[in-house]
Design a protein around this ligand. Structure first.
Ligand code: GAL
Length: 693
């Protein structure tokens, strides 16, 4: 860990903290002691109390009765956690609102303008104002007026606490813990400090922001090649092709070796796909099958229980991590593979018997099963990323579990859950805790469901179709049974055309999104944000969990199956309709008609939105032909980010910035100014300026 101090981040140590913790494992910075600073926090060191109990460590923090709490990782069921208990346990099947998730993160931000990280891999529980201390209600207790107040809400409304409440944090099975405090003054500042403290958000390779298509799990080499050819022939833009478990000779647990009867010539497959400018992503999980070459090398550095008959390598042990990492480098990355889908690392021992290791497991590095469940997703991501970094390459992968300090990890979360509404809530929530999430499209109940989901996914961090159970592209047939039977419904080509236009729209957004990720990296600004982060002063934004800000200036309001209009809250200021460019006054909720080919998207007045001519894929030569839209009079500057898109050279300063200035006058024939700094090969050719006033 470097000794650099991270500005506005303060540490508080309670008792004897454990050696295994997110900051100790993944941290890049030290923080100074809270006693020595924290002027922007609404409370001081001495207002925090702690004690050890038989169960572990309990910390109490002050809170105001009207304080709202956000974060706790990838939450599907609620956004504002005031008055709730949040249980940070990695769970692959988070169907109820307990706080459990694929990626619970023991970090929250408060509407009072600060953030708190509990630096632990333990299953920590937060009580966010749920319980007052004994006696605290004595002086304010009033008899309930039964007739007036008899409703469930009135009976159970303890969350609207009237007496003094505290945030209670219980970290079990330990003798102490470190807390980190992140100053505001706003919630967004606290989130940004958290992301920067994590090392800054990840900068994915440019191709990673294109469209992803995961092929049918029963595919063979020929099927994959045919599909790849079809996409190019039909001008369906796809950058990444994913192979699902079938590519392994044994997949649950994994051999990490090609199934030669389905894929007889893997190098030829990878070579052909590369020529067609596809990137290949391989599915796997971390459990090592006895027939894998890795088994013997990892046997002495694994946990004491198997999963699916495979070893659980101890990735907290550097030697084991290096073996696992270099195996991937030599056998796959050096053969042209661009990334991995790190599946099943999300703890199912408590609802599916053999899907993970028990909490009582122990690992040679000293971690127990509870700690390993929390740490595994992050350890797995870092191990895989290392193999790419060692080769000077970037990657973007998928992962089904994460924990604290994940912002810098180039992995996007996904789930086997599939409720579209919950997927959007998870997307909104992901930005509070340094996570990336894809509301992936799989099989759908009908065309409408397919298009609504595809609309959301192209406006998300990862535009992903996961067709692992669907042999043919879903735009030909969305119904899984009929698709399996080879039935084609889209004879007219209408659905294919809508799908293709959405996938092209994604490609138009690429320079805009890439720039948003650059800001994530350098400024900690999440590419996807809940409205409350950008508009905290307007109480009407505080519980909005079905709209979000994407990048600098887009407000996205997905539509769900069965709707053809929806209410959209537009924060103060003027907004422009993305499709019609109609100007709409904000500071109010509007009703928006959303026919099937339209997802409500708005641009904030005063913004510059750079849109590219869609390309089929991104490669080293891609030069985007750009139209620069300036919305509203006196558009501000927008700084496009430009680099080689694949290597780590940007870390050495090899990148350009392209400042687009609309100028105050604008007008339909107006041209803005472009100023480029840096000597890298240009990626953007600014073709046209359009002023929308
Ligand atoms: C699941 C994963 C799916 C798919 C499947 C293959 O665990 O969430 O996306 O990859 O495994 O078995």
């Amino acid at each position: 860990m470097s000794t650099a101090l991270c500005e506005g981040v303060w540490r508080c140590t309670f008792g004897a903290a454990e050696n295994a913790s997110p900051v100790r494992f993944f941290g890049k910075y030290d923080a100074a002691a809270l006693e020595d600073g924290g002027a922007l926090l609404p409370f001081k060191h001495e207002h925090i109390t702690w004690r050890l109990t038989q169960r572990g460590c309990v910390i109490e923090l002050p809170m105001k009765n009207d304080e709202d709490f956000y974060g706790f990782g990838l939450q599907f069921h609620s956004i504002n956690h005031r008055g709730r208990r949040r249980f940070m346990k990695v769970n692959s099947d988070p169907v109820t609102d307990t706080g459990e998730s694929h990626a619970p993160v023991p970090f929250y931000v408060s509407s009072a303008g600060y953030g708190v990280l509990v630096d632990t891999f333990r299953y920590v529980t937060f009580f966010l104002g749920t319980n007052g201390a004994k006696g605290s209600s004595k002086n304010i207790a009033k008899p309930v007026k039964v007739h007036e107040e008899f409703s469930e809400q009135a009976l159970y409304a303890l969350k609207q606490a009237r007496n003094e409440r505290r945030v209670l944090i219980e970290t079990p099975n330990c003798k102490g813990v470190d807390l980190y405090f992140f100053e505001g003054p706003s919630m967004l500042d606290a989130v940004r400090r958290y992301n920067l403290f994590s090392g800054g958000g990840c900068l994915p390779p440019l191709w990673g922001l294109g469209n992803w298509y995961r092929a049918y799990g029963g595919s063979d080499q020929q099927h994959v090649l045919k599909m790849a050819e079809d996409f190019r022939r039909d001008s369906i833009p796809v950058d990444v092709i994913g192979l699902e478990p079938g590519w392994h000779s044994h997949s649950y647990s994994c051999t990490y070796a090609w199934n030669k009867s389905l894929f007889p010539e893997p190098d030829a497959l990878l070579g052909t796909l590369k020529q067609q400018n596809y990137h290949v992503n391989l599915w796997e999980h971390v459990f090592v099958h006895p027939l894998s070459e890795l088994y013997g090398q990892l046997e002495s550095s694994a946990g004491d229980y198997e999963v699916w008959g495979g070893l659980v390598p101890d990735l907290a042990d550097k030697k084991a991590g290096d073996i696992f990492s270099e195996f991937h480098g030599k056998n796959f990355i050096d053969h042209g593979v661009s990334g991995f889908k790190a599946d099943e690392c999300d703890n199912s021992d408590f609802n599916k018997s053999n899907w993970s290791f028990p909490d009582l497991s122990s690992f040679p590095s000293g971690l127990d099963g509870e700690q390993m469940h929390s740490a595994l997703g992050m350890l797995y991501q870092r191990t895989i990323e290392k193999a790419f970094r060692d080769r000077g390459l970037r990657t973007l992968g998928q992962v089904r579990s994460s924990w604290a300090l994940a912002a810098g990890s180039p992995f996007v979360l996904y789930s086997d859950l599939y409720d579209h509404r919950q997927f959007i809530r998870a997307l909104v929530n992901s930005g509070f805790s340094g996570l990336l999430w894809s509301p992936e499209v799989r099989s759908c109940k009908d065309t409408e469901d397919f298009i609504r989901r595809l609309q959301s996914v192209v406006f998300s961090p990862q535009s992903l179709l996961n067709c692992w159970r669907i042999p043919n592209p879903p735009w030909y047939q969305v119904d899984i049974e009929k698709n399996l039977a080879g039935e084609r419904m889209d004879e007219s080509g209408e659905i294919t055309a809508i799908a293709a236009s959405l996938l092209k729209l994604r490609m138009k957004l690429l320079p805009y999104l890439y720039t948003a990720f650059r800001r994530y990296h350098t400024e900690g600004l999440p590419p996807v944000r809940a409205l409350v982060l950008d508009y905290p002063k307007d109480g009407r934004t505080h519980s909005i969990d079905d709209q979000y800000i994407l990048g600098d200036s887009l407000l996205v309001a997905p539509v769900f199956w069965g709707q053809n209009s929806r209410t959209v809250f537009l924060p103060e200021g003027d907004w422009y309709d993305f499709w019609t460019h109609e100007k709409i006054n904000g500071g109010r909720a509007i009703s928006y008609d959303a026919p099937l080919d339209r997802i409500p998207v708005f641009i904030k007045s005063g913004s510059i939105l750079p849109l590219a001519e869609p390309v089929q894929y991104v490669d080293a030569e891609t030069l985007f032909s750009m139209t620069i839209f300036c919305f509203g009079v006196g558009g501000k500057n927008f700084t496009l980010y430009e680099d080689d898109g694949t290597s780590l050279a940007y870390e050495e300063g090899k990148y350009n910035t392209v400042v687009l200035s609309a100028g105050a006058s604008g007008g339909n024939s107006g041209k803005g100014a472009v100023s480029r700094t840096g000597t890298e090969k240009p990626r953007y050719n600014i073709r046209e300026w359009k002023y929308i006033v």
